[in-house]
Design a protein around this ligand. Structure first.
Ligand code: TYC
Length: 104
């Protein structure tokens, strides 16, 4: 007699995630062209990719000689923001500099 709710409880067993996912990472690539001054590319690498003068020069020369180089690796939103900042500054200075994103 009386309350019998106590044996009607429903158990739900939730399997824990195997692991916490790391975010997908994306490379920001700088592309060579025949017109953008080397000094401007070095400036961009220092300003937006936290490179010192030597690191920036090495990446710029890699792009100049091989056609493409890696500026850095970031989450998608950060990578996209870097590309926008580079392209905006290049456009303001009327340089044809291009950079792009590639999944790491
Ligand atoms: N090739 C350019 C020049 O000779 C220099 C340059 C380097 C341009 C890297 C773009 O991403 C670049 N002035």
């Amino acid at each position: 007699p009386g309350d019998e709710d106590h044996d009607l409880e429903i158990s739900v067993v939730v399997r824990p995630r195997t692991r916490t996912r790391k975010p997908a990472m994306y490379k920001v690539l700088m592309l060579n062209d025949d017109y953008t001054p080397m000094e401007f590319v070095v400036h961009v690498l220092e300003r937006f990719f936290a490179k010192n003068r030597d690191e920036a020069t090495a990446v710029m020369l890699q792009v100049h000689q091989r056609g493409v180089g890696v500026c850095g690796v970031f989450t998608y939103e950060v990578a996209e923001s870097k590309v926008t900042q580079v392209m905006d500054l290049a456009r303001q200075n009327q340089h044809p500099l291009q950079c792009t994103i590639e999944k790491d």
